[in-house]
Design a protein around this ligand. Sequence first.
Ligand code: PRP
Ligand code: URA
Length: 217
Amino acid sequence: MTDFTTVSGVDQLHVSTHPLVREKVTRLRDETTPPKIFRELIAEIATLLLYEATADLPTDEREIRTPLAPYTGARLKDKVGLIPVLRAGIGMVEAALELMPEAQVWHIGLFRDERTLRPISYYNKLPSSATVQVCLVLDPMLATGGSATETVDILKKWGAKRIKYVGIIAAPEGVRALSSAHPDVPIHVAALDERLNEKGYIVPGLGDAGDRQFGTG
Ligand code: PRP
Ligand code: URA
């Protein structure tokens, strides 16, 4: 099958072309992959994507001493917030915390109404004003884009200034919806698929990311 990497008119989309990512996404899609391996793959792919998605985070100087000499190195300048979208985004959090142990984690609970495909919000405990400078939205699937757009709406109302979306598989429909609502939000994914089916599932996709992680399908 052809690997797509662009959606016309959208320049903030970053689709990883790394061979490790492509190999892991192939195993993730495989219907015979059991939940334990599926969860491990979600975490491994998240690590690789976050490495790419955080490449432009600003740094400050940090003075330390090595055993041999003083050294001026770097530390992250901004406070980072990880925003996993329940449920499926949970699988990406530990990987992100391994890379950024100081990050704050703010969960957002949304599910799609099966009939309208619109996101329904059921969990949000954000404090009254933003406590981080950079938000990384973590959710494996960008299908219609409704959930991602709603999450970014919530974060902007909270006062977040810099937001990035990190997902695993996107449909062109979702990329167009998120980028037209929020053209300032970069979209980092491991794969861009062909289309949505009539039930709003990504094709070829991987099925339901929440069910496959948690064995509830
Ligand atoms: C999935 C996925 C996204 C959403 C994407 O969650 O994790 O949040 O669908 O679809 P959209 O782009 O059309 O909004 P789901 O609603 O299935 O909830 P779950 O993670 O609790 O299973
Ligand atoms: N949510 C999923 O988990 N999978 C899809 O294909 C679409 C939405």
